[in-house]
Design a protein around this ligand. Structure first.
Ligand code: HEC
Ligand code: HEC
Length: 196
């Protein structure tokens, strides 16, 4: 065997070993999340967001903001405190690679139609949905209505000081040009993306 082949073989073995070493670790870490966020990050409960396919940076920021208590939360503040920065990074990498399964849920067809137009005008620049890759933010497609409503209410009430200024300004701009009720059209549009 040539030296080159030997090196390639060694690298292959090392990669293989490290893959086996890190797999049990990541599964031990994310096992805790499954009860609420589903096996691959597509959540079970209606107040629990899908975290599958979440952008790594946003995942890490969300976990750290909830860990410090700056971002309000019901359960995540306590849960996030149990993890080191390194563990959070590992989980961010894992969940960012999972495919999000949009929730199928009841929605109002008329509202969803209006919401689609509003979305394309005001939100799609950052929350790309149709046939495009995500840029700045998370995909809102198929998140559950109660969670979306809760999160937008937090933003409107200035209850979350960690909200990105981009999002804050986008929401201000939206509300200045529409009624606050039109937000409900947007919510029904995102809900409709899980299908009938
Ligand atoms: C008991 C249920 C529960 C468990 C277990 C749980 N979560 Fe959560 N998670 C929630 C809820 C509910 C929210 C919304 C914030 C809140 O109210 O706490 C949330 C929000 C989040 C968010 C923010 C998502 C966003 O769009 O901003 C992330 C990231 C997250 N969880 C990651 C995790 C990880 C990683 C684990 C496992 C270590 C985990 N969660 C375990 C219920 C849970
Ligand atoms: C200029 C970019 C930008 C625009 C435009 C924008 N957003 Fe956002 N949005 C963000 C960023 C950045 C975040 C923070 C990251 C995150 O939590 O997903 C965010 C977060 C959110 C979240 C919370 C997601 C979660 O799980 O916590 C919702 C809901 C949301 N935006 C809805 C909207 C709606 C509805 C519109 C249109 C009226 C809109 N956004 C327009 C950038 C933007």
């Amino acid at each position: 065997m040539s030296y080159k082949h030997y090196i390639i073989l060694t690298i292959g073995l090392l990669l293989n070993l490290s893959a086996h070493a890190s797999n049990p670790q990541i599964h031990m870490l994310v096992d805790t999340c499954i009860a609420c966020h589903g096996i691959n990050g597509s959540s079970v409960g209606s107040a629990t967001p899908n975290i599958a396919n979440m952008r790594e940076k946003l995942f890490i920021k969300a976990m750290q903001d909830m860990q410090s208590g700056e971002r309000p939360s019901t359960v995540m503040g306590v849960i996030a405190k149990g993890y080191t920065t390194n563990e959070i990074k590992l989980m961010a990498q894992y969940f960012s690679q999972q495919q999000a399964i949009p929730h199928r849920q009841d929605f109002d067809t008329e509202k969803a139609k209006k919401g689609r137009d509003l979305h394309n005008l005001y939100c799609n620049g950052c929350h790309k949905i149709e046939g495009q890759t995500q840029l700045l933010s998370n995909n809102l497609a198929g998140q559950q209505i109660p969670y979306l409503r809760h999160r937008l209410t937090e933003f409107i009430n200035d209850a979350d000081p960690t909200i990105s200024p981009l999002m804050k300004n986008a929401l201000k701009h939206f509300i200045a040009n529409n009624s606050q009720e039109s937000l409900d059209d947007l919510i029904h549009y995102y809900a409709s993306l899980g299908g009938k």
